[in-house]
Design a binder for this molecule. Structure first.
Ligand code: CMC
Length: 428
């Protein structure tokens, strides 16, 4: 017999079914709570609310486990490639050789962007943050591909939007950077693989040869895999909720890019480096900064620490920490902030404040150090996160669409003034 729970309100009993996930997680299905009882639930920040059933990513925050479609993140980061992981997330299975060849070629053929995109880019002041530019360029695809606005598009039309999104994202990202530094943009070199192509668009200068360093391209590929999906986080929920109104895939993902930008979400990777640099300039007094993070009257938080879901080591942080060490060694880079980060982690992990609250380094703690070693400037860090998260957003948007989920529309408990008569201005 399937499990149920009983809720008693004013002595009256109501029964609700329990839903069990394939990894033995449990949820109380309250979809008819209001109809049955007149009550709603209150869960600010959705800390206990399952917004959907999803078959894409599994995460056990207490054990520090992360799987994409059943495959452990450690194995994928070690053995797969970003485009293969993108296929896995979006279509549910690893591709065969033939499927992968077609997938890679479909994406590679969509790396060029319309020349008029440059006019939009030119409209931005060079002081614009590249995340704002990226989300605008991404959304501008609705203008170049107006058929994407049709909510009842056939599957092959949706597929076209998917390969266009993956193909053009690195071009938009590199162009946002080139615009910020005032350099001419580079066109995609389709003889190269996904990450090498992006690096060449970022760093090649007119009249100079540019050879992609495979250590850098491989490290970038691994970072993109680690960021590719993370179930119902802030930006992904944004993509699903915007998409649930039947807005286009481009506008839904553009909204996700904006949600990711905030310093409590993807913007944390930039903030971590700013914080580590501040600690370095301040003489490396780590105890002082730990005390600031613990002081409830000080708004400072240890950036790159803590997570809504992980109450154990973020498995991505473990992999990235090791990768940061390797990349810096391979490239012969000495970055003093790596030592500060390692000391900070050591001290925080033995401090009762962090231990009691189960605050561990998250994915953003070491990623900025690698990006910096790869030559990527600070305000592009969150853009790199967005490039990595794109397949996850696509997969989640598609799942929401294929499940025909209803429009997302939370309720509220009203806490404002009760009904009162209008007073004309001359009487106020
Ligand atoms: N430094 C100091 N104290 C912290 C931190 C931190 N980084 N994170 C949480 N706390 C404390 C918080 O003050 C609270 O203490 P108390 O119980 O005494 O009030 C307790 O730990 C629980 O924190 P919370 O803010 O209620 O937890 P949350 O689940 O709402 O927030 C978080 C999660 C990630 C927003 C938060 O840990 C944070 O602000 N971390 C720093 C920003 C960061 O690194 N963000 C990247 C997240 S991973 C990338 C991604 O996927 O977005």
């Amino acid at each position: 017999m399937s499990k149920t729970v009983e809720l008693i309100i004013d002595g009256k009993s109501y029964t609700f079914p329990v839903v069990e996930g394939t990894e033995n997680e449990f949820a109380i299905d309250i979809s008819d709570l209001r109809d049955k009882t007149g009550y709603i639930t209150l869960d600010v920040g959705y800390k206990n609310t399952g917004a959907t059933k999803s078959a894409i990513t599994f995460l056990d925050g207490d054990k520090g486990v992360l799987h994409y479609r059943g495959y452990p993140i450690e194995e994928l980061a070690e053995r797969s490639s970003f485009l293969e992981v993108a296929y896995l997330l979006i279509f549910g299975e690893l591709p065969t050789k033939e499927q992968f060849t077609k997938w890679e070629s479909d994406i590679t053929r969509r790396t060029m962007v319309h020349e008029d995109i440059k006019k939009i880019l030119d409209g931005f002041p060079s002081t614009s943050h590249p995340m704002g530019v990226l989300s605008s360029l991404f959304c501008a695809q609705t203008a170049f591909y107006p058929e994407s606005l049709n909510p009842n598009r056939p599957a092959d039309g949706v597929y076209l939007s998917i390969i266009r999104s993956l193909g053009k994202m690195p071009t938009f990202a590199a162009w946002a950077y080139k615009h910020a530094v005032g350099h001419p943009v580079n066109y995609p070199d389709n003889k190269l693989d996904y990450c090498s192509r992006f690096l060449k668009m970022m760093f090649a200068l007119p009249g100079q040869d540019y050879e992609v360093n495979p250590v850098i391209a491989n490290a970038l590929d691994k970072l993109l895999i680690l960021h590719a999906d993370h179930e119902q986080n802030c930006s992904t929920s944004t993509v699903r909720i915007v998409g649930s109104s039947k807005a286009s895939i481009y506008s839904s993902i553009s909204a996700g890019i904006n949600a990711l930008w905030g310093p409590l979400h993807g913007g944390a990777n930039q903030e971590v480096i700013v914080m580590l640099e501040n600690i370095r300039k301040d003489g490396g007094n780590i105890d002082k900064w730990i005390a600031k993070a613990k002081d409830k009257n000080d708004p400072f938080r240890l950036m790159g620490f803590g997570h809504r879901v992980y109450k154990n080591f973020d498995p991505r942080a473990r992999i990235i920490k090791q990768a940061a060490d390797n990349v810096l060694k391979d490239l012969g880079v000495h970055d003093p902030v790596l030592e500060i980060a390692q000391k900070l982690e050591e001290i925080a992990l033995s401090d009762p404040y962090f231990v009691e609250r189960k605050l561990y380094p998250n994915v953003d703690f070491y990623s900025g150090i690698i990006y910096r070693a790869l030559g990527i400037p600070e305000d592009m860090f969150t853009v790199m996160f967005a490039m990595g998260r794109l397949p996850g957003w696509i997969a989640q948007w598609l799942e929401m669409r294929n499940n025909n989920e209803p429009i997302g529309r939370p309720r509220q408990i009203f806490s404002g003034k009760v009904t009162r008569p209008y007073v004309p201005i001359q009487n106020r």
